[in-house]
Design a binder for this molecule. Structure first.
Ligand code: ZN
Length: 172
């Protein structure tokens, strides 16, 4: 059951618990500065309790409510994990998704047995490329500035699908 708390002004706000749909903005930074800011596109919409966000962020969001602004500092282990050595592998250029021409440093998607995965181009030839399968944010300590925009109960349809519907969420 969702939990409500009474705010100082007297009206009730829903807290982030399992099976609530949460909309939030974030700015993501590492030691060298800002990496991403959702205000440049649209806020994130997600169903709390379903996989998708990194664990450290899910833990930090738990219990917050609309209007909350806070900072979450995540050590690499709680974010995208440590960087692995020997993570460079060869793939066919035709299997790289996301651009027509590739240069070292660009991030591509490839399909793996475990689903889609982001890789970073190390070297690219005519038919083969070397890619680093570490997540681009692996090994980095990250800081998220979070602003919770809304928290609501998930609809039965969203619970059945396992994801949130609406702007920033899934569209069918
Ligand atoms: Zn759906």
């Amino acid at each position: 059951m969702p939990t409500y708390v009474t705010s100082p002004s007297g009206y009730q706000k829903m807290q982030i618990v399992e099976n609530t749909v949460v909309q939030f903005h974030y700015a993501l930074a590492d030691a060298s500065g800002e990496i991403e800011n959702s205000r440049k596109h649209e806020p994130v919409l997600y169903l709390h309790g379903q996989p998708g966000l990194i664990d450290g962020l899910v833990e930090a969001l738990e219990g917050h409510q609309a209007g909350d602004r806070f900072t979450v500092e995540l050590h690499a282990d709680k974010a995208y994990g440590p960087r692995k050595d020997n993570a460079v592998q060869k793939v066919q250029v035709k299997h790289l998704q996301g651009a027509k021409k590739w240069r070292p440093g660009m991030v591509a998607m490839i399909q793996t047995d475990d689903g889609p995965r982001q890789v970073t181009i190390v070297k690219v030839g005519l038919s083969q490329a070397e890619v680093d399968s570490n997540h681009p944010l692996a090994g980095k300590d990250l800081t998220f500035d979070i602003e919770i925009l809304s928290v609501r109960e998930a609809t039965p349809e969203e619970l059945a699908h396992g994801h949130a519907h609406g702007a920033g969420g899934h569209h069918h």
